[in-house]
Design a protein around this ligand. Structure first.
Ligand SMILES: [Zn+2]
Length: 211
């Protein structure tokens, strides 16, 4: 009698052990799958991932580039600081009304692309959106800085001319303007916005006009 109870108890414990081990394995499998889904290209070693993203979303490859403000060609805006003026690595687009008259104005994606970063960062940058463009088998990046608000999430595709955010002051650091950069070297650090070294940076207006 006692042997029978002992035997049943053993079977029950063994059963519980097998069940909990199965549940654990299932949980681990779930975790791995989730990690694969959220992984996104962040560095040069992830170029293959970027290639496969654009290969499966060919409708988001770039055909043409337009201005990021006053669509389609800077209507109502002027460039207050040219590319390379004072070692500037981008352009500062301001409304012709001056001051903060352009605060909250729309910012558009200059072309089709993939948003790999869209967030508030430190160092006088404020809200920054970084978009990778695939154009004629080469990658370019456009950067939109000091935004008042951002309407797009990381890891999504975007079409040319879609609104991605609004012009801002980087949390009150400057009078409202859009700092725009265009790079032909993707995944570089955000940098300082100014440098005597401009390798990897392009003249945005020139690039947009000729592409
Ligand atoms: Zn600037």
């Amino acid at each position: 009698m006692y042997y029978a109870i002992f035997f049943r108890a053993c079977i029950l414990i063994l059963g519980l052990c097998i069940l909990s081990s199965c549940l654990e394995k299932k949980h681990q499998a779930k975790k791995t799958t989730k990690k694969e889904i959220v992984s996104t290209p962040q560095s040069k070693s992830d170029l293959q991932l970027l290639d496969s993203l654009f290969n499966t979303h060919k409708e988001f490859e770039s055909i043409q580039f337009d201005s990021p403000v006053g669509k389609p060609s800077y209507k109502g805006y002027y460039n207050a600081q040219e590319f390379r003026e004072n070692d500037h690595l981008g352009e500062d687009w301001n409304g012709v009304g001056g001051g903060n008259s352009d605060l909250g104005d729309p910012i558009y994606s200059i072309s089709n692309g993939y948003i790999y970063s869209s967030k508030n960062i430190d160092g006088g940058w404020g809200n920054v959106i970084r978009i990778i463009h695939s154009y004629k088998n080469k990658y370019y990046e456009s950067i939109y800085a000091h935004c008042d608000s951002i309407f797009v999430k990381e890891h999504q595709f975007i079409k040319r001319g879609e609104q991605i955010g609004t012009i801002g002051t980087a949390n009150g650091s400057y009078l409202a303007h859009l700092h725009l950069e265009v790079r032909d070297s993707i995944f570089m650090d955000i940098g300082a916005g100014y440098s005597t070294e401009s390798k990897g940076y392009l003249n945005p207006t020139e690039f947009i006009k000729t592409h």
